[in-house]
Design a protein around this ligand. Structure first.
Ligand code: UT7
Length: 318
């Protein structure tokens, strides 16, 4: 059995930025409230003619280049997204066509903000079992399209973007473990209630009971950290970098405290990106790889929590 490891990373953000002060003009909020309660200062939002697949493609091309892998070398394309361009074909199939390749497996994975962590867990299993040698894993979102711009409790929180990694088979890990969980009993706390299957396509806007989500997120992420360390016989001090889902700086700080990790060892992008759901972790990873903070051989812990609820972690040696 082989392992999987990251060969290259990439990311892409839409060029349009919206500051907290810009939001004061469209919803009953203040720049200070957003900054104090969430840590967010600005976010990138797509323009009218920009799609999730556009973001995914730009991030994917950078990851392929960094990995020195050709699209034709891919056995698997996996896109984690809650905001696909179309109901079908999947964004992964659209991306495959853009990359000019045919035949390899391509599908979307929907686990909301935990999507990228889930997708890495799935792609790792493809590679470990020999079903794939090279996998492109993308987290891409255009959540601005499903926000209610009159709901100050949600619309100030989210942003658009994409991040990608190329995973390749290796003799040594790489991905050491992934721990994936869900509990649908919490379905009503964070949701887009509309859908085709339930006959309510008109209700495709996000609803969140933010305060309750916050409380469950903090305790659940604490538990997933313990689970990951225990399963691998590691101490907190073994972790070099925490790459958390970027929902709220206060949630990130709580997880860092749980790990006794100084904030200098935590990759934080929430101030500049807001919450980009499945894109937030690969965006943060790519930023820290490209600016030289994360180096080969270091131990990285990724963790995420989102609608469903879903939550999970990936432990890897970069
Ligand atoms: O990524 C998936 C998982 N998502 C998350 O993890 C998000 C988790 N939740 C959160 O990050 C936080 O709960 C929020 C940032 C959403 C809200 O922060 P909070 O400290 O929990 O605020 P709150 O919901 O308890 O609301 C406090 C007050 C309320 O006013 P009253 O009732 O005390 O008068 C809200 O109406 O803040 C008010 N408020 C706002 N005020 C100005 C809520 N949103 C805003 C806003 N601007 N945008």
């Amino acid at each position: 059995m082989s392992y999987s490891r990251i060969l290259g990373t990439g990311s892409h953000l839409p060029s349009r930025t919206v500051t907290n002060a810009d939001l004061e003009a469209i919803v009953d909020t203040t720049a200070a409230w957003i900054q104090e309660r969430t840590g967010i200062e600005k976010r990138h939002l797509v323009s009218d003619d920009e799609t999730c697949c556009d973001l995914a493609e730009a991030a994917a091309r950078k990851a392929l280049q960094a990995a020195d892998v050709q699209p034709s070398d891919l056995d698997l394309i996996l896109v984690a997204t809650t905001t696909p361009d179309q109901f079908f074909p999947s964004t992964a199939c659209l991306l495959q066509q853009r990359l000019g390749v045919r035949g390899c497996a391509a599908f979307d994975l929907q686990a909301v903000c935990t999507g990228f962590v889930y997708a890495i867990g799935v792609a790792d299993k493809f590679i470990r079992t020999g079903s794939a040698k090279r996998a492109l894993v993308v987290g891409a979102e255009t959540l601005s399209r499903v926000l209610n711009w009159k709901d100050r409790g949600t619309c100030v929180l989210f942003g658009d973007g994409a991040g990608a990694v190329v995973l390749g088979a290796a003799d040594q890990p790489g991905i050491i473990s992934s721990h994936l969980h869900a509990d649908g009993a919490y379905k009503d706390l964070l949701q887009i209630p509309g859908g085709i299957g339930n006959g309510h396509p008109e209700a495709c806007f996000m609803e969140m009971k933010g305060n309750e989500v916050f409380r469950v997120a903090v305790t659940t992420l604490g538990r997933i950290v313990d689970e990951t360390l225990e399963a691998n016989g590691l101490a907190k001090s073994d972790i070099d970098w925490l790459i958390p889902h970027q929902a709220n700086i206060r949630i990130i700080q709580a997880t860092a405290r749980k790990l006794d990790l100084p904030m200098e060892r935590v990759v934080v992008t929430v101030a500049d990106h807001g919450n980009t759901s499945a894109a937030s972790i690969p965006l943060a990873l790519d930023q820290a790889v490209r600016d030289g903070r994360i180096r080969r051989g270091e131990l990285l812990l990724m963790e995420a929590f989102g609608g469903g609820f879903t939550w999970g972690s990936v432990l890897m040696r970069y």
